[in-house]
Design a protein around this ligand. Structure first.
Ligand SMILES: Nc1ncnc2c1ncn2[C@@H]1O[C@H](COP(=O)(O)OP(=O)(O)O)[C@@H](O)[C@H]1O
Ligand SMILES: [Mg+2]
Length: 392
């Protein structure tokens, strides 16, 4: 085998990038209404008025990031006193990092180690010196640790400027996220609101067909593949990212098997890989102590438990008290501070919300009423996955 052989291998793909979830398509179909709403919020900036803050939410894969990025692209084509700065909060997750990034992007680089007020002052003088409008997109805003403080800082700035101003476009996958804000920042952020509903299977079919057309060679993708990927994704959460990943993996599997046409059979195989990918992504963005609780649960099921019961399908169920013991042990070994058992319950509730565990009331049984917990993925695989993240 040499490079030439590899390069001359046949492939179902013609432009694999176009099927990647990072690709920004020219057209965002079925989002015309949502895009228009957001544009109408931003439009006053072209008349030198501060746009309202806007909060955008909808489940993962409903096209929020792509829609906003395509709006930014169009925004830059027209002259104005406005400047949009896109921030991915997975990377910039504190007030400090965000102020620093903004100051560096708009005014120029300055070293680490300054207090936040330094960056704030630089941003403020940039706004005041040109009567400028700074529009900040905070994508995955719920990840920001000191969000209330950040929103105060940015909204307070508007009282200090003469004619320019700051606006926030917040984007979140978590519908319940608003509850975590305090009243003041909630009403500041929610000057306007835009909701992205999940896609149905017809819409997903069109989205996939559009991308398949760009990504696969002519006739290399059978409609049965698109139909199945769309149907599976629609049944689960209406997530276009999930649907696209299935289609792309299906293509890779077809290539591996040297099949020339991608069909529903490849999609069926691809589905398992995609699910694992999604879990890895969900676990990677969990706060540390939720990772620790999940890890403790996998350890508990591997080491076995004194009290576990078996569920309907013979799966193991664990008691909260026992899980808490395992969690304490894990924290001790990894030299992490132990949180209270009330927190542990709260973490389990959140892990349940993400579909990683399930809880069941035990009814009457051993030790009275208790909550039983079960892991929804293979214990060894979860252990390996979380371990990698905790110990990196
Ligand atoms: N309406 C659409 N048309 C074309 N591609 C889409 C559409 N909606 C979503 N996608 C694709 O699905 C993937 C996930 O979309 P994204 O905008 O990242 O969703 P969100 O930010 O809501 O999680 C991206 O690859 C995106 O290109
Ligand atoms: Mg997004």
């Amino acid at each position: 085998m040499n490079f030439k052989d590899i390069l001359s291998e046949k492939s179902v793909f013609i432009n694999k990038d176009a099927l990647s979830v990072h690709y920004l398509p020219e057209r965002i179909i079925h989002r015309e209404k949502e895009i228009e709403k957001i544009m109408r919020v931003i439009a006053p900036v072209f008349k030198n008025k501060r746009p309202n803050n806007v909060f955008i939410y909808g489940k993962s894969g409903t096209g929020k990031t792509s829609s906003v990025k395509s709006i930014i692209k169009q925004f830059k084509e027209l002259p104005s006193n406005g400047y949009i700065n896109y921030i991915n909060c997975r990377m910039y997750n504190t007030r400090y990092k965000i102020l620093q990034k903004l100051a560096n992007d708009i005014v120029g680089f300055s070293k680490n180690g300054f207090p936040p007020s330094h960056f704030y002052e630089r941003i403020m003088s940039w706004i005041n010196n040109g009567d400028r409008f700074l529009i900040i997109v905070l994508d995955e805003i719920d990840i920001i640790k000191d969000l209330n403080e950040l929103i105060y800082t940015l909204t307070r700035a508007n009282d200090e400027v003469r004619t320019g101003g700051i606006s926030i476009i917040g984007i979140s996958n978590r519908i319940d996220f608003k509850d975590k804000l305090d009243n003041r920042s909630r009403s500041a952020l929610l000057e306007s609101e835009v909701v992205f509903p999940p896609y149905n299977s017809e819409q997903l079919k069109e989205i996939l067909a559009y991308r398949a057309n760009l990504g696969f060679s002519e006739n290399a993708c059978d409609m049965s593949a698109i139909n199945l990927a769309a149907a599976i994704a629609a049944r689960e959460t209406g997530d276009a990212r999930y649907a696209l990943k299935m289609l792309m993996y299906a293509g890779e599997i077809a290539d591996e098997k040297k099949d020339e046409i991608v069909t529903y059979k490849h999609v069926e195989d691809a589905r398992k890989n995609v699910e694992k990918d999604l879990v890895i992504e969900a676990v990677a963005t969990l706060p540390e102590h939720q990772q620790l609780v999940l890890y403790s649960l996998s350890i508990l099921s591997i080491n076995g438990s004194k009290y576990h019961k078996l569920g309907e399908n013979q799966e193991e169920l664990f008691m909260m008290g026992e899980l808490y013991e395992s969690y304490k042990q894990v924290c001790k070994e990894l030299k992490k501070e132990v949180r209270s058992s009330r927190w542990c319950k709260e973490y389990i509730r959140e892990l349940e919300g993400l579909g990683l565990v399930e809880t069941i009331g035990s009814g009457k049984g051993i030790r009275g009423h208790s909550t039983l917990i079960k892991l929804l993925y293979s214990k060894d695989w979860i252990k390996r996955t979380v371990e990698g993240m905790l110990l990196h």
